[in-house]
Design a binder for this molecule. Sequence first.
Ligand SMILES: *Cc1c(COP(=O)(O)O)cnc(C)c1O
Length: 374
Amino acid sequence: MGVPAARIVFDEDDRTAVAEAVTEILSTGMLTLGPWTERFEQAFAAEHGASHAVAVSTGTAALEVVLRTLGVRDRDVVVPAVTFYATAGAVLHAGGRPVPADVEASTFALSAATVEAALTPSTAAVVLVHVGGLITPEVDAVRRLCDERGIALVEDAAHAHGSSFGGRAAGTFGLAGAFSFYPTKVVTSGEGGMILTESPDLRDEARIYRDQGKGSFATNHHIRFGGSWRLSELNAAVGTVHLRRLKEFVESRRRVARRYDTALAAVDGLQPLTEPDGCRGNYYKYVLLLPPGTDRARFKREVAEDFGVRLAGEVYDLPLHEQPVLAPYRGGPLPVAEDVCARHVCLPVHTDMTEDEIDQVVGAVSQVHRRLAG
Ligand SMILES: *Cc1c(COP(=O)(O)O)cnc(C)c1O
């Protein structure tokens, strides 16, 4: 039996709970902005110790809505070069200019120093991304730098449901945090997104933006350039049911990660991203750096063909500033981002992974590594 790159788990209880919710939603006819959206928001805020949550249609919409509430039009927004296209796409959709900054090899995240190097007189915001669900120990220094300069800190926490640093949950370090419930994420609603914030003003503005910029649900007065960014009640019900599993999912993913850590410590030359002191990650991704010069395509092919282990896609195989559509925002070389994008792989982590599967992955990766290292 092979090991797939990803597996989405809704057990029988969860499927029954979703089916019941869907029946209820269809009978009442409350299909959007109803009680399930509110339930999902409250549960998600409580899970992360946040005061307010606003559910939206996607993680990208969550970022765009936050950036629109901050007002980044014609201004610069610092983003890490190691992130998903959507982090920069949301900045562009909100009318801002993404400025890719370099990252640290130990976390794939921005640091105060790399942010500082990317600041301009026109910087409106910094978006910190918790790659793979790890939160960088630099988070406090980045926050301080932003506070000193009067710049907004936003978290793209699309990878980081339930992750924490110093006991504080992802999504609560800046003015707002944006989460995604795309199917591959640790918790999914099919499609969906969530904004966390301590600011009642930002919450109110976000609610306006997500519903076409309407001043209130009942009127047709449009007071902002909003969008159609509501979450349907059906998706909210799926997300609410799945969210109940978050703690258990994080526990099981961490158990897999600890097994990988132990097994790979014995293999010279393979270098997993390790959890920084104070961080408790959700292991959305288990990231492994291969030695410089390794032929990654061949590594992945041999792991799949000879051992049946499918490695997930890289977190990002191209840094943001090398994405064709972002060419106008390319800027200077960002050597750490370029290096880590070129030579990492992600090991499969499933919430229901078996011991056999873990052994199979470790065996495959270490044997192919030895083979390629000659
Ligand atoms: C998934 C993801 C997003 C976008 O979320 P969608 O729900 O797909 O719009 C944004 N940023 C990062 C880092 C992501 O991984």
